[in-house]
Design a protein around this ligand. Structure first.
Ligand SMILES: *Cc1c(COP(=O)(O)O)cnc(C)c1O
Length: 475
């Protein structure tokens, strides 16, 4: 049976209306949610309905229930964690992806999505200056993109010492040494855990969190055997970049696989102005980045890039009777490049984002984000008691307001205002307010309003050693 004619009209019409109302509210609503998850869980819960409900009513009910618990993450005044917004073309394309409902695993079955994702992949390689002909896979995010790069690396370094991982598994295999900077993102450890590689060897970093290549050389010298070196393009706190050329040279002396976590920072490569930050990055073997951060496509979308297609396809290729035999050359099937078999065509919003921005728009996007970060840092520098504690080289700014207690107080007062959202964090043993500029729609007015909000929070918080006026601050 096919659906009744018009069955989708009302629910999609309602969804469009609710979506536009939400997007329209972003300019004025408080950034933070008004209700917490426990409160909302009660509203959403209750026994499973015994009978059906009309689709349009379900959409209305969902929108109404969710409304107070939505965080204005797509707002231009949201600077928390590293979270981008959504470009109009990317959001609209994502709707089509859902409507088309293609299982994007195989070229012959869903040629349109495969072709669009291949085009998107080629554009990404071009923009980021990565080797032509690398395999590009679209994952849920950078966590899984890192997993893909490390899985390919594990396969390759073991193969190099004569161990067939696909056939013989990890038990009894030579130990793979994995080197990471001490300030790598925590998901690197997670990906290594998924891969059965255990805890990595942490290499010392400098004051900005950049891996020290001499420390890497010393650490690699201490042992032998198969090795993977993980570098970082874009430190979560400072935005700093590991010195790619020097670190890759060290890794090559030990025949190591080199993987780069560039979840947000790899996009510096798209800009002639910021490209020097990642100089030499193209010399690695695999790269992970996100499209749902700097590129501003909807969640979930990460990009896994591996220079050697044969290696990644030997890890993720599936050979069963009901799938066509995967080709070993040519573009390859989408499923050979990522952990999933069935998945949505999440590369399509990447195609739409890049098609709408073009090269100049992408460069402009990256440079605007970094420019706003610099303006924020500069403005913060004029607020009494505020101290920017990192070198602002890209999109990240960390600021302290004196003692840890005062920094925490300012952060809470700031979030209570609802004008802007920045996250509290701890960096190099010190509490900081962390700012990440990742949203395409952030403009100079958002920056000015956010700085004014920080100034107000600082004034309300009083000075270190002073009591906060009663009632303004709890906890
Ligand atoms: C966000 C981030 C990750 C994790 O990416 P997800 O998309 O959340 O899976 C990894 N590394 C860095 C540097 C990040 O900023």
């Amino acid at each position: 049976m096919s659906a009744q004619p018009g069955a989708y009209d009302e629910p999609l019409g309602r969804a469009r209306e609710h979506a536009l109302a939400w997007l329209g509210s972003l300019g004025t609503r408080p950034v933070g949610p008004r209700a917490d998850a426990d409160t909302l869980a009660e509203l959403f819960s209750g026994p499973l309905p015994e009978s059906p409900t009309a689709a349009a009513s379900v959409v209305d009910e969902l929108a109404a229930l969710a409304e107070p618990g939505l965080m204005a993450m797509p707002s231009g005044r949201f600077f928390g964690w590293v979270i981008g917004g959504t470009l109009p073309a990317a959001l609209a394309a994502d709707w089509l992806v859902s409507a088309w409902d293609q299982n994007a695993a195989m070229r012959f079955a869903t040629p349109a999505t495969a072709a669009a994702e291949e085009a998107a992949g080629a554009w990404v390689l071009d923009l980021l200056g990565l080797p032509d002909g690398s395999d590009v896979g679209f994952t849920t995010g950078a966590t899984m993109a890192n997993f893909v790069g490390l899985a390919a690396g594990r396969q390759w370094v073991l193969e190099r010492v004569g161990w067939n991982l696909s056939r013989d598994g990890l038990s009894g295999a030579p130990r793979v040494r994995v080197f990471v900077g001490e300030e790598r993102h925590a998901v690197m450890d997670l990906a290594l855990r998924y891969l059965g590689l255990g805890e990595p060897i942490a290499v010392a970093a400098d004051a900005q969190g950049r891996l020290d290549p001499r420390a890497l050389a010393a650490a690699m010298q201490e042992g032998e055997g198969p090795a993977i070196v993980c570098l970082q393009a874009g430190n979560l706190h400072s935005g700093a970049f590991d010195p790619m050329t020097a670190a890759i040279r060290v890794a090559r002396e030990h025949h190591a696989w080199v993987h780069v976590d560039g979840a947000f920072g790899l996009w510096a490569a798209a800009s002639p102005k910021y490209r020097t930050l990642v100089a030499g990055v193209e010399g690695a073997d695999s790269w992970a980045t996100d499209a749902h951060k700097t590129l501003n496509v909807p969640y979930d979308c990460g990009i896994a890039i591996v220079a050697n297609p044969a290696t990644v396809r030997s890890v993720f290729g599936v050979h069963t009777s009901y799938l066509l035999q995967p080709a070993t050359d040519g573009p390859g099937d989408p499923f050979e490049k990522v952990p999933e078999l069935s998945r949505r065509a999440r590369g399509i919003p990447v195609w739409a984002a890049l098609r709408s921005l073009g090269r100049s728009g992408t460069i402009d996007l990256v440079e605007r984000l970094a420019g706003h970060a610099r303006s924020l840092a500069e403005g913060l520098g004029h607020i009494p008691g505020a101290e920017v504690v990192n070198e602002v080289v890209f999109t990240q700014v960390c600021v302290s307001f004196g003692s840890d207690a005062r920094t925490r107080r300012v952060t809470e007062l700031l979030l209570d205002q609802g004008t802007t959202w920045m996250s509290g964090s701890v960096w190099r043993g010190r509490e900081v307010l962390r700012i990440s500029v990742s949203n395409w729609s952030t403009d100079a007015a958002d920056v000015a309003d956010s700085l004014a909000a920080v100034r107000r929070a600082c004034e309300t918080a009083g000075h270190d050693g002073e009591e906060t006026p009663a009632g303004l601050y709890q906890g």
